[in-house]
Write a protein that binds this ligand. Sequence first.
Ligand code: SF4
Length: 433
Amino acid sequence: MGLTMDVQKENSMIKQKQMLSDHFMALSQVKETGKKVAYTFVPGNLTELITAFDMLPVYPEINSLQSGMRKKSGDFIREAEDVGYPEDVCSYVKCDIGMMLQGNIGPTDQLLPSPDILLLSYTGCFVFMKWFENLRRLYPHAEIAMLHIPYQADGRVDPAAVKYIKDQLTKDVIPKFEKVAGKRLSDTVLAECLSRSAVAEDLLMNVFESARHKPSPIDAYFGGVYYIGPIFTSFRGSPACVGYYEELWKEVQYRIAHKLGPITPDGAITEEKYRLVVEGPPNWTNFRDFWKLFYDHGAVFVGSTYTRVGGLYDYGFRHSPDDPLGSLAEYCLGCYTNRNLPQRIELIEKFITDCDADGLVINSIKSCNSFSAGQLAMMRDIEERRGIPVGFIETDLVDPRYYSYSNIKNRLDSFFQMLEQRKELQPRARVIA
Ligand code: SF4
């Protein structure tokens, strides 16, 4: 299968682990420190604003995915179903609610504080609205702020939509934060955060674009989900976030220079056989098994839509200290789930072209309509336009009942056979960039 077996944790991974552990520690100590807490969601998040108020963000989906990776989600989901949540509700929601019902002990086994403010940045997924209605019932004393983000129905950022979002920020969201924080927003602090965000965003894009090299030094999906950790969660805009991406970019540059493939849990890939693009989130409950199904075949992901779930930097957008609220608005408008289907297809095609991919995999998530709706149409469209093999598999985010190893393996085996046959018919030069 082409792997070297010496697995070493890279500095960037160690750094990220420390950042997370410090963050959860800070959350567990809010009673002593008096810090305020904002619960919010990843797509189109307003981390810089929260940080500018010196508050700590909590992302319920991140807690759910962490619970999934730590094999705790099945139990939490059952707890939520026992109190009436139906089977077809998004498993992130049930995992999160189940965790709260069991005492709100977070993935690091530390108590998560209750929110002082619930900030809903509504970016295309209706479930967010329902999820927050439930959180409001669980936390009746929390302040509620809602930012409505118009869907990009006609595939462009409409200046009227930017103005509409800026008005909501100015007239409603920021005053509510000022009330909870007990202080005015400092434009200087927000601008400093946004400058640092732009630096980290440039570095992240360097990392993602490195997948154009052959062999690719990164796995843009299974590695990619770690790479987006700091930028899409609690750290964007912080000096630690910039430090993380500087370190990561250094490591990737080293791998490019030495023509090394990505690192997997079983060692580095030494022979890149297939370059793939993937649409849809990964499965978290069996993350390593799922990844192994690909690296055992020498398959490396060179592009992934899921790693754009929090926001998109591929077309040049960066947060900007020159137009703080305008850039926050544009960021929210641009996240993947707020884009229409032609835009999503265009992004997948861009990955296929830029990275010279051999095939596309669609991982259809049972409980996430925001990603799954339209995937069959996307599949047909890309097959027709690009003539490349597309593999379609189904799993779930954190509900272990919907991960069927043999079904997925059977489908992937056929997909890899298709890829192999196509290679034999159309041998392509594997040029090292
Ligand atoms: S349905 Fe999908 S996008 Fe919506 S909350 Fe659940 S996982 Fe997130």
